[in-house]
Design a protein around this ligand. Structure first.
Ligand SMILES: [Zn+2]
Length: 110
């Protein structure tokens, strides 16, 4: 997918992602816990497409004074761990077995 994008399209996408990250990061300081929780969700690597936002921004929010924000950070981390497992399975297993693996993970999350 990403391989088909031109260099200019990639640069545009990177700028767009950076703008989203900047916006979410500034919201992490909001006095409103709901705004902070939303920002944490925006900083999940499945949205930002870069993995460093998890460690740099989501991880510290596990110590937020608000339980709502802490729960969201915890949720994002758990979700990202599942994505990581899927990526590993994808590298290790043929397609058919991956389908079962993903199904098992989503069943566990329910
Ligand atoms: Zn995510």
């Amino acid at each position: 997918m990403a391989g088909r994008l031109s260099r200019r399209a990639l640069a545009r996408q990177a700028m767009h992602i950076q703008a989203q990250v900047d916006c979410a990061v500034s919201n992490l300081d909001s006095p409103d816990e709901q705004v902070r929780a939303d920002a944490v969700r925006q900083l999940c690597p499945c949205r930002t497409h870069v993995d460093w936002t998890l460690e740099r921004y989501v991880l510290p929010m596990l110590h937020d004074p608000s339980p709502v924000v802490r729960r969201t950070a915890n949720f994002v981390l758990t979700e990202e761990l599942d994505h990581e497992l899927v990526r590993e399975a994808q590298a290790a297993h043929p397609r058919e077995r991956l389908r079962h693996f993903v199904w098992n993970i989503s069943a566990r999350a329910r």
